[in-house]
Design a protein around this ligand. Structure first.
Ligand code: GLP
Length: 244
């Protein structure tokens, strides 16, 4: 694991965007695994700026997103479809036919999970998987559990995640109870993983991810086994790493 503690959110976001930029420059038909949440917003903003300056070209890039709320229409402004278009896709020259996200509106769970796993197989190896991290150490929507999941699956969100995500909704009651998410196996299959973590409320999850035991109770801890994993934090999220 390579751990980089940036000065602040902006610095962290620029560093993450730099890693993704280098990937896209070196391999214009890269497959990028993308994440939602507030943590990667600055990374997308920076990528859009460099695209606008003419430094980046996404025409041949393929994207696969980690997750989507289950039962939420893509036009809902809290859906991850909406988020991705709003923060990234609508601002760069990505080919819409190369954008892939789980479909939260497919009523048949098994069918959707099998479809998305087939999509992941068909796009080939993910070159860089961008990740945020939940306060409880979740990645994608892989919540703390007794086992690591392998493929795409429907998850029931934990009370902690519902509470954490309630800030985006009028109330916690409106937060969907389920999501469809890539599994840990899908995430670990990426050639390289870049996890961005910001703010003091992520410090414990970051510490447990890097220094704790590898356990499905802290899903991100499995990244200790990944051969190419970068953990990028701001000062606050990386705080406990310094207090050792
Ligand atoms: C959600 C997403 C995760 C994200 C996490 C943290 O639950 N499914 O992919 O990493 O929230 O979000 P934030 O970056 O807003 O703290």
């Amino acid at each position: 694991m390579r751990i980089i503690r940036a000065k602040d959110y902006k610095d962290m976001s620029r560093k993450a965007a730099n890693i993704i930029s280098a990937q896209v420059i070196l391999k214009p038909d890269s497959v990028l695994g993308l994440a939602t949440g507030s943590s990667p917003i600055g990374t997308y903003e920076q990528l859009v700026k460099w695209y606008e300056k003419g430094d980046l070209d996404f025409a041949d890039v393929t994207t696969v997103n980690l997750d989507e709320y289950y039962g939420m229409k893509p036009e809902n402004d809290q859906s991850y479809h909406y988020f991705m278009h709003d923060h990234f896709f609508d601002h760069v020259n990505i080919d819409p036919s190369r954008i892939n996200l789980p479909n939260g509106m497919e009523p048949d769970e098994e069918k959707e999970c099998a479809r998305y796993d087939a999509v992941l197989r068909s796009v080939g190896d993910v070159d860089i998987q961008l990740l945020g991290i939940g306060r409880n150490g979740h990645i994608g929507f892989n919540e703390p559990a007794d086992d690591f999941t392998y493929g795409t699956h429907v998850v029931t969100l934990t009370a902690d995640t519902i509470e954490a995500n309630a800030r985006f909704f009028k109330s916690a009651d409106e937060v969907p109870r389920q999501a469809v998410s890539m599994g840990i196996g899908n995430i670990m299959a990426a050639k390289c993983v870049v996890l961005v973590a910001t703010g003091e409320n992520k410090a414990k999850a970051v510490y447990d991810t890097i220094r704790g035991p590898i356990t499905p109770r802290v899903p991100a801890s499995v990244l200790q086994l990944h051969p190419c994993c970068v953990i990028l934090t701001d000062r606050e999220a990386g705080k406990l790493m310094l207090e050792e």
